[in-house]
Design a protein around this ligand. Sequence first.
Ligand code: ATP
Ligand code: MG
Length: 447
Amino acid sequence: MAPDNLTPTIIPRAEHPISRSSISPGALKVLYRLHNANYRACLVGGGVRDLMLGREPKDFDVATDASPDEVRALFRNCRLIGRRFRLAHVRFGNEIVEVATFRGSATDADDANGDDAGRILRDNTWGTIEEDAVRRDFTVNALFYDIADFTVHDFVGGIEHLRAGTLQLIGDPGRRYREDPVRMLRAARFAAKLGFRLHPDTEGPIAELRHLLADIPPARLFEETLKLFLGGFAVQAYEHLRHLRLFEILFPDTEQSLAVEENHFPRTLLLRALEGTDQRVAEGKPVTPAFLFAALLWEPVRVRAQQLTAEALPELVALQQATDEVLSRQLSRVSIPKRFSLPMRDIFMLQARFAMRRGKRPLRLLAHPRFRAAYDFLVLRAAAGEVEQALADWWTELQETDGPGQEILIESAPADADGGAPKRKRRRRRRRKPAGDGDGAGTEAPG
Ligand code: ATP
Ligand code: MG
């Protein structure tokens, strides 16, 4: 492809909604400093797309004809980073503006940059703005806002697709997915985030090519999973992923448990969790990957733990072993850093302790650092019909009442599921217990 002769559609300032007041101060400074040094400087990617749609962009990316070294020479607060390509990060307080030099199209004739599967391995040759446009993924992601005259440049029909609400890959979709299979996930993500329809040509090849995602490094799929499910459109993303049959590539055990089980619990638990996540994002509340992965992996863990319990393993041990098994398979697809998988494991293990409501155990559990997340998860299970609502309500009350109220609740609780805590005279306890909150069963994983 020789894109140098592409004539862009140029939209003058009066005919598009992007105003400088909606661009972050950092991005504006970068654009102006490049411009004043006689470089071409444009806002690109999701920032332009979102501003065109009247949405608030997550971040701002800048594209320029200055080389990374030239960018660095202009900004003291600049760091060159490079994984797949060299980029400049310019920092203003909390804000980081990503500045990328126009890149040549790596899909050029000789394929020198691709591997046998057509995947891009090296992607670091500078190019023209036209080339930079066509190597981007979707047409709506390839618009340039030029700080020189505040025009928007469209080389690939992105404006029209923005208006129509369609997501369309630039170039031959099959080839673009082979170059980078993660684009299939990005298709699901942008369709969900923007409420756009996938163009049939863009959707079509996914059925045949989705297996290529299995070769993507799990760490990259972890990043994509977070973007899919923690961006405030998790329910939509999930529906798109299921529809495109990409979900089963990311979470094969979960997919299997959804398919095999005839009861309707699993779907509702996961869907409710995703709904809750979206709601929290909408309210500006924090969301944690640990809770997300707990929701995503609970069903296969629960099913496996049930089998193990039927083989006479104690409940906690069964849960633990089931978690180990499911997690080790899962990590070969989507990695989950320990800082998230350990709290996820806690959320699972604590589920087995909610049934034990007599004696000292409830107040110990209440003081567990992961109690809140585990309790939220219990509420989810109750809402999905997986445990008695009365059990979740009991724990809600226990948190809301004072010391004497707690004693009454605990004394009138049904006998523990494990046969009941030994009946002995109640002592007053401190509410918080220091380190080591094991319940004495000796079955919980350390840490
Ligand atoms: P978000 O709202 O999630 O930030 P975004 O469109 O800005 O969406 P980024 O992942 O931040 O997405 O990437 C910025 C831009 O870089 C994209 O808009 C697209 O033009 C280009 N890009 C990113 N990833 C790819 C890819 N895998 N293949 C081709 N182009 C890509
Ligand atoms: Mg972005």
